[in-house]
Write a protein that binds this ligand. Structure first.
Ligand code: NAI
Ligand code: MG
Length: 360
């Protein structure tokens, strides 16, 4: 089978980590008889330097017509133009918002996995992490507080600002469905996180989530208030399988979840919509401080490519293989600088990619 992938290397370490992810995909292609065709797309600072804007209509069109999008990272200040001096809507990061919106990617999934080999990097106590944890945070990405009506006014000399948290039932239903679908492929538990003791939008969230749950009798649904969830993530992260939540709660909780896994260089993500087309990218940025030095950890991007195989192409076994290969290389003691610890073997970006490929 042939798959068309729009590839966006972007800025900083982006091109280096994308090169490694492509090597891994190509190995999987050879092994299983798939052909992955890549179309390179400019986005971010490199696009600003070439075209004046962070994402052109033509670039977005290529992404729309592909089977999925694999992204490195954008931003930093390493191009010809001084990107930081540009207005927000013309900066490299504006390309990210434009592509998520342009592809209608309303569901953001961030796995939080504590690899056995990296337990030392986890800030939680041994008795809490036990045998390690593996859950995903499913964050609604195109609604809620960040997209509701907002205004700032001055009344009688008092400055006043308003943001609005709005969800309609369709927006809740479609993300809830995604969460249940993903739970079906995992340990069949969804914890829906809200603030239903205070917010109307959360009460609707709870109601709709329960309605969706009727279509998934095998999945166990629980509700949790967001403040409690913030505590539970550090008290007992092993209780979670899929955490489903609205945009702002998910923004905050997914950062908390990523911290307890230890390293930003390990964290993959997927942004999904109504179709099979998804956007896959590491959770970190363009790391301009280490760009071009063969120091970046490519694992987050490689694991994002594995998520692409699983969610966009339904290549479950191939995705499992990539994840197993990553674990095997870590088990053998190879580390990039961000996850390096005493007694381990330090390798660069390219070597880490090669090791994972040879494991496959
Ligand atoms: P960052 O994630 O790029 O870097 C933070 C720290 O983590 C740095 O010390 C960096 O060297 C290290 N780091 C990040 N990824 C790594 C990897 N794969 N291997 C080893 N070390 C790694 O965040 P920062 O510095 O706040 O942002 C840099 C630029 O990236 C900014 O312009 C920011 O707007 C942009 N950014 C882009 C994102 C995206 O494209 N999705 C997401 C976050 C930030
Ligand atoms: Mg955030």
């Amino acid at each position: 089978m042939q798959y068309n992938i729009a590839v966006i290397p972007g800025d900083g370490i982006g091109p280096e980590i994308i090169t490694e992810a492509r090597k891994v995909l190509d190995r999987i292609g050879t092994k299983y008889g798939h052909s992955f065709l890549y179309t390179e797309v400019l986005m971010g600072g490199v696009s600003i330097d070439a075209t004046g804007v962070p994402l052109t209509d033509e670039a977005l069109e290529i992404a729309k017509n592909s089977d999925s999008v694999l992204l490195g990272a954008v931003g930093g200040n390493v191009g010809q133009s001084n990107w930081y001096s540009l207005p927000p809507n013309l900066r490299p990061e504006a390309g990210l918002l434009a592509i998520r919106k342009g592809l209608n990617l309303f569901a953001n999934i961030r796995p939080a996995i504590l690899f056995d080999e990296l337990k030392g990097a986890c800030p939680l106590k041994d008795e809490i992490i036990g045998g390690g944890f593996d859950f995903v945070v499913m964050r609604e990405l195109t609604g809620g507080l960040y997209f509701g009506e907002r205004k700032t006014v001055e009344e009688n000399g008092i400055r006043k600002a308003t943001d609005t948290l709005v969800y309609d039932e369709n927006e809740i239903r479609r993300i809830a469905k995604w969460a249940f679908e993903i739970a079906m492929k995992r340990n069949k538990k969804v914890c829906s996180v809200d603030k239903a003791n205070v917010l109307d939008s959360s009460r609707l969230w709870r109601q709709i989530t329960k309605e969706v749950a009727k279509d998934y009798p095998e999945v166990e649904l629980s509700d949790m208030l967001v403040d409690n969830c913030a505590m539970q993530l550090v008290k007992d992260p092993r209780q979670f399988d899929v955490i489903l939540t609205e945009n702002m709660f998910g923004d905050i909780l997914s950062d908390e979840a990523s911290m307890i896994t230890g390293s930003i260089g390990m964290l993959a993500s997927a942004s999904l919509g109504d179709t099979k087309l998804g956007l896959y990218e590491p959770s970190h940025g363009s790391a301009p401080d280490i760009a071009g030095q063969n120091k970046a950890n490519p694992i987050a991007t490689i694991l994002s490519a594995a998520m692409m195989l699983r969610y966009s192409f339904d290549l479950e076994q191939e995705a499992d293989q990539i994840e197993a290969a990553v674990k095997a290389v870590l088990k053998k003691g190879y580390r990039t600088v961000d996850i390096m610890s005493e007694g381990m073997r330090l390798v660069g970006t390219k070597e880490m990619g090669d090791l994972i490929v040879s494991e496959l």
